[in-house]
Ligand binder design. Structure first.
Ligand code: RFL
Ligand code: PHB
Length: 419
């Protein structure tokens, strides 16, 4: 009989939930972090994703709904397109409603492109399932505390998991930890600059178990404030109302929400707003923020960790996807050829695209919302701008191009270099 092993006097430390080293350490398992991990895996580059929340929370977080064609293509390329192509709704236009009128912006006619309505919750579920089945480690409940050594050859992520601290030593760290993440702090204050703008209103967002009242999205300008009629599926509506900053959703019982949506979408044409049970309500503030540069040494910031847009232009998730698509290409080139040129140009290339999206989101937001301080003159200017889009195809094309997504190639250095 074997002797019984001695009982240890002190409890052995819990094993680390992930390897202690990796090539690319990814902080944050939102869409940016998950998509980056998939793209790196496809190129044979190992990574570890550390996500502070649990899987159920990440999969349920209600956010974006519109995917540009380029974002959908990237998801397909990395194997996450099957359910998206079955369940996503292809949209060929949006409606602008203002001054009692409605105008449809026809995307394919103006740009040759369309968008896909497929919720961020579903994108995240698809990417998590793939990563767990066939990828590198994705650790839930792992909260990054700090990133050290950005300007060294081996940056380290210090993180908490299971009540203990661990470290992950990396060749590169990518902060995909959103607006409230910690990776940005790895860049010394003197090496970064933040540009920001607030807005004097928020959105009250609701989910309702009722078929959408229109088969495309309706963006409504109204003296009472902006309203957006979106959807999650043929049976679930996603609706937004402009509300004052600091609004408590509890002050908005369901009937008040439906009445206000009705009042803000009034039109001379045919329109009936279908009402149904509201299943979720939340308030989200609006802001525009850009941190420059997006790289410092071996730490890179992608998605909401580097920039935030107000949601009116539906750009946030798409920008995050473009950031990591280009970053994965740069890492693949480094691995295959040893060349760092793409990595070295990554931040500047991203920022050109980011500022275009910042401008578009600002334009959509300020054209469609009613600032509590705005004058009757300001309102007439908004209507004149909307009329211009409704009557001049090149004005509509400018909106449609930005909404459906400008091709990444448009932001290659050669495309913007002075002649
Ligand atoms: P996320 O989604 O915020 O993910 C960051 C992840 O990092 C984790 N994290 C940490 N993990 C480890 N350690 C730490 N210390 C951590 N700190 C944070 C978080 O738990 C989280 O899982 O950022 P990411 O990946 O950059 O993705 C960005 C998008 O989520 C965001 O831009 C969009 O949702 C914005 N957005 C929209 N974008 C679009 O392209 N189209 C849309 O139609 C659209 N609609 C929206 C939106 C955002 C909205 N809200 C709620 C702000 C509609 C809404 C209502
Ligand atoms: C959404 O469906 O959540 C959505 C759609 C379009 C936007 C913003 C949010 O501009």
């Amino acid at each position: 009989m074997r002797p019984t092993p001695p009982v240890p006097l002190t409890r052995a430390p819990a094993p680390a939930p992930a390897p202690a080293t990796t090539t690319v350490g990814i902080v944050g398992g939102g869409p940016a972090g998950l998509l980056l991990a998939r793209l790196l895996h496809r190129s044979g580059i190992d990574s570890v994703v550390l996500e502070s929340r649990d899987r159920a929370y990440v999969e349920r977080r209600q956010r974006a709904g519109i995917l540009e064609q380029g974002t959908a293509d990237t998801l397909r390329e990395c194997g996450a397109g099957e359910r998206m192509d079955r369940q996503g709704l292809v949209h060929h236009g949006i409606h602008l409603r203002y001054d009692g009128r409605s105008h449809r912006v026809d995307f394919p006619a103006l740009t040759g492109r369309s968008v896909l309505v497929y919720a961020q919750t579903e994108v995240v579920k698809d990417l998590i399932a793939l990563q767990l089945a066939d990828g590198g480690p994705l650790v839930f409940g792992a909260r990054a505390l700090a990133v050290h050594g950005a300007d060294t050859a081996r940056p380290v992520i210090r993180y908490a998991h299971g009540g203990r601290e661990h470290t992950l030593t990396c060749d590169y760290v990518v902060g995909c930890d959103g607006f409230h993440g910690v990776t940005r702090d790895a860049v010394p204050g003197r090496a970064r600059r933040t540009y920001e703008r607030g807005y004097p209103y928020s959105w009250l967002g609701v989910l309702a178990d009722v078929p959408p009242s229109c088969d495309e999205l309706v963006y409504a300008h109204s003296a009472r404030g902006f309203a957006l009629f979106s959807m999650r599926s043929p049976t679930v509506s996603r609706l937004y109302l402009q509300v004052p900053n600091g609004t408590d959703p509890a002050d908005w019982p369901d009937e008040r929400i439906w009445d206000e949506l009705d009042a803000r979408s009034a039109t001379d044409g045919p329109w009936e707003l279908a009402r149904g049970p509201i299943t979720a309500k939340s308030v989200l503030p609006m802001r525009s923020v850009v941190t420059e540069p997006m790289r410092y040494g071996r730490v890179l910031l992608a998605g909401d960790a580097a920039h935030i847009v107000p949601p009116t232009g539906a750009k946030g998730l798409n920008l995050a996807a473009s950031d990591v698509t280009e970053l994965a290409r740069a890492f693949a080139r480094l691995k295959d050829t040893g060349a760092t040129d793409l990595l070295d140009g990554w931040s500047a290339g991203c920022l050109r695209r980011v500022w275009r999206a910042e401008h578009f989101s600002y334009f959509m937001t300020t054209t469609l919302h009613t600032d509590p301080a705005q004058s009757a003159f300001d309102t007439r200017l908004q209507i004149a701008q909307l009329d211009r889009i409704a009557s001049a195809p090149h004005a509509a094309a400018e909106l449609a191009e930005n909404y459906t997504g400008l091709p990444l190639a448009r932001f290659a250095p050669a495309a913007v270099a002075p002649a």
